[in-house]
Write a protein that binds this ligand. Structure first.
Ligand code: ZN
Length: 818
């Protein structure tokens, strides 16, 4: 659910052709070629192919010289590891290319469309073109031909690592791999010709010297890693597409190019949005059928009931196009059994398997000249739904009713009434996810503000909204069902409006409060927009944090054997505990953004001022302090401590259950479960958020602007006083936990004080906190408390002296949560 791959290709709506064996004489003219092609299989199409079965060689017949076409590389079969990131159906580099004949060679040249001189005289265009590099992707040797058309041997061109698999394996620490041509070959079942596109697929094998662990996990013989890479040559889309100017107030992906012919007083950058071509058959009608609808195809390899959920979720977009003035403009179908998902003509929703859970993607192929999206390509990771099932079984304790009639059936995932609830929630998430990823391929960026005003967009990351009702948890409203107000507005602006009416539509959305906050202002812990958060819920991040803590506490207090199906090892309780124990992690991050935060918009200058009217506004001081107070409650022993009854029965990982995709907490007691490390992990969510260096610097600044705003030292003092204040006598049973959290705070404060990238005032604030902690530890009589005080003293006296410290336990991966 993430990045939009900006690449390109062509929209074609032709029936699927099949390979045709024809005499080579039909390919071209004279005698020479007829003699050359004898006995070869001709595959007719946009760029005709010849297959030499005897020698295993594939030839291209080239007749369109100096004419541009699209060239797209993709990965037809993947490696199956989320961490490596080489997934089935992944799109690779795309280019606008042309064949240039030079004596005995044909060069495949990629045009540079980033730097141009639009509508300028030829000489000016040449000056720009010659100022920047082009790329010759390949040099073919002419085998046969005449002045009109030539035959080139393209076998080596297709049997190369065009997708960059070896580079990716190396970059992800999987070792050095090189392509072995002797174990690579053209894959004929997916090598096809069509009137407007030619598709070639190749089996490519990589020889590895010392394959890394991820390859070892997923590949039968790790030294020989075989995938299939796909190449498409496609006719450029026809003229007539109307590019649309970018507007930062509406979250469409920008396509930025540089126009050196623009007047010197006008911007060099030309910012367009990416979107599909969609025209009304009757442009004057308020509502009209489109000239050609946007049709998506769902992977026929997706099983039921997931397949139907994908169709349902993707189909939500039909409502938006309907509201934007079109009839039947957006359709979703199942890919026909005889169609090829790698065929560039199909906009695909792929269901992809990996060995571990990971992100889903909405990508596509975009014309770099205009921003026209030609192919949408969605990749959905199949393990996502299992993460939702895991969250659901952790929350719901669904195995409470151990009805003997049910029998101990391992296959029966959830043998009681909540089975339906959890499955329904998980399928609701898949619908939402399908809509989200398709949204990317329609041109839409994330909108991380949308969850704060009524689930206004499927382009946000949703956290399951779980409530306590009637003494039980309720999952029925966990995920949104349908598009939101922002989605309808965005499609109306991007597809329903034209260049002339777009601003009025944008203003309409702004006046209705349809806020947009993108990745850069939400994803990083250093971002500081109070509305820009991932996996959060509701308009009030602070109130929601308190509510989520209550839901978490409710589920934790009941957590135990009822969360496990009969037959499952008791140790696997930990796997179910992990997402539940850290249920509040994203709401902590959301609430922290209020502290030293500012509500801002991507406002533009208007005649009257700005739109929206307020470009930047510091979060009110009382709201910042409310957030601080709520965050500090997450450090209460009651939040961090697990029920003693659970600890009393939780064994280490059962024999035979090591490895695999299951996630575990860090432990200093390995192989035992470590409740102190676990508490430290949860506490660290808050401690790290409060001591975030950019947040600290903003606090210093905002306090300087208005003394009513909290200063960074106020935040540090509150943290230290929460975790160190003596107050009531600490029970011996709580002392170990208390010292663990204090050690975490001291470690984070020393790291911040030593962080040369942090502002001096922030580092000074950290030292201020250390001095306060030292003071509080003055009376500590136990070994840990004394050592902690000595640690602080040593650091304050000699900050440069090396002092190896036990690092805080790492936070287990959380995203994507469902
Ligand atoms: Zn996304």
């Amino acid at each position: 659910m993430i990045v939009f791959v900006r690449t390109l290709t062509a929209v074609l709506s032709l029936s699927v052709a099949t390979c045709v064996v024809a005499p080579a004489a039909s390919a071209a003219s004279p005698r020479q070629e007829a003699a050359w092609g004898a006995g070869l299989q001709r595959i007719d199409g946009y760029v005709p192919l010849y297959w030499d079965a005897a020698k295993g060689r594939l030839y291209l017949e080239i007749s369109r010289f100096d004419q541009e076409l699209l060239y797209q590389v993709s990965l037809a079969s993947g490696v199956g590891s989320n961490a490596i990131g080489l997934d089935r159906g992944q799109l690779g580099p795309t280019a606008i290319v042309k064949f240039e004949r030079v004596g005995p060679k044909v060069l495949l040249v990629q045009t540079n469309y980033t730097f141009r001189a639009l509508n300028a005289p030829d000489a000016e265009q040449r000056a720009v073109a010659d100022s920047f590099a082009t790329s010759v992707l390949w040099g073919f040797s002419v085998e046969s031909g005449n002045s009109a058309r030539v035959i080139v041997d393209a076998t080596a061109f297709f049997l190369r690592d065009a997708h960059g698999v070896a580079d990716r394996l190396k970059a992800t620490g999987q070792g050095s791999f090189r392509l072995d041509e002797s174990r690579s070959a053209v894959f004929l079942p997916r090598t096809k010709g069509f009137p407007k596109n030619t598709e070639v697929e190749a089996i490519v094998t990589f020889q590895g010297d010392a394959p890394g662990p991820l390859v070892r996990q997923t590949t039968p013989a790790p030294e020989a890693l075989t995938v299939r890479e796909h190449h498409s040559f496609v006719e450029l889309p026809p003229p007539g597409y109307q590019p649309r100017s970018f507007d930062p107030r509406v979250g469409f992906f920008p396509l930025t190019t540089y126009d050196y012919a623009s007047p010197i007083t006008a911007p060099l950058e030309r910012r367009l949005i990416t979107r599909h071509r969609l025209e009304k058959t009757d442009p004057s009608a308020e509502k009209s059928e489109p000239v050609a609808p946007i049709v998506y195809y769902v992977d026929n390899g997706a099983p039921e009931p997931i397949r139907q959920a994908l169709i349902d979720g993707a189909s939500w977009w039909a409502q938006a196009f309907d509201a934007a003035g079109f009839t039947n403009a957006f359709q979703v179908k199942v890919l026909p059994a005889d169609a090829d998902p790698m065929d560039i003509r199909y906009k695909m929703i792929n269901w992809v398997h990996r060995s571990s859970r990971g992100w889903s993607y909405g990508g596509g192929v975009t014309d770099p000249r205009t921003g026209e999206i030609i192919k949408g390509n969605v990749t959905l990771g199949s393990l996502r739904i299992r993460q939702d099932i895991l969250i659901g079984t952790g929350l719901m304790a669904p195995y409470a009713a151990l009805d003997p009639d049910d029998g101990p059936e391992l296959s029966d995932l959830v043998p009681d009434a909540t089975e339906d609830d959890i499955a329904r929630m998980s399928l609701a998430r898949i619908r939402q996810l399908a809509a989200h990823e398709v949204g990317h391929t329609l041109g839409l960026e994330h909108n991380f503000a949308a969850s704060t005003y009524g689930r206004a967009s499927v382009m946000d990351y949703p956290a399951p909204y779980v409530t306590i009702a009637g003494g039980a948890l309720d999952l029925s409203d966990a995920y949104a069902k349908g598009l939101g107000a922002y989605d309808l507005w965005a499609i109306r602006w991007g597809y329903g409006a034209d260049e002339r009416t777009a601003n009025a539509v944008a203003e309409d959305g702004v006046s209705r409060g349809l806020r947009f906050v993108d990745d850069d202002d939400a994803r990083s812990p250093r971002s500081g927009h109070p509305l820009g958060s991932l996996w959060d819920n509701g308009p009030d991040a602070v109130a929601e944090l308190t509510r989520v803590l209550a839901v978490r506490q409710f589920a934790l207090s009941r957590f135990g054997l009822h969360n496990l199906p009969i037959g499952a090892p008791v140790s696997t309780l930990e796997v179910r505990l992990l997402p539940l124990y850290l249920l509040h992690r994203y709401q902590v991050a959301a609430a922290a953004k209020w502290i030293g935060g500012a509500d801002f918009s991507y406002a533009i200058r208007t005649a009257a001022g700005t739109s929206p009217a307020t470009p930047f506004q510091v979060v009110p001081a009382d709201r910042q302090r409310e957030a601080l107070a709520a965050l500090l409650t997450t450090l209460d022993p009651s939040v961090l401590t697990l029920p003693a009854s659970l600890l009393a029965m939780l064994p280490p990982t059962a024999f035979g259950y090591d490895g695999g995709p299951s996630e575990h907490f860090d432990s200093h007691e390995t192989p035992f479960f470590d409740p102190l490390a676990v508490a430290s992990i949860a506490a660290d969510l808050t401690v790290t958020a409060l001591l975030q260096p950019e947040r600290g610097a903003r606090l210093v600044d905002f306090h300087a602007r208005d003394a009513g705003n909290p200063d960074f030292t106020e935040v540090v003092s509150a943290l230290v006083s929460k975790t160190f204040a003596s107050g009531a006598q600490v029970r011996p049973a709580d002392l170990a936990l208390r010292r663990t959290i204090q050690h975490l705070v001291v470690t984070r404060l020393i790291a911040l004080a030593a962080n040369v990238d942090a502002s001096f005032a922030v580092r000074a604030g950290a030292r201020h906190g250390l001095r306060a902690a030292r003071l509080a530890l003055q009376t500590a009589g136990d070994a840990t408390g004394t050592a902690l005080r000595e640690d602080i003293e040593r650091y304050l006296a000699r900050p440069e002296a090396p002092a190896p410290r036990t690092p805080p336990s790492p936070t287990p991966p959380g995203e994507p949560i469902g």
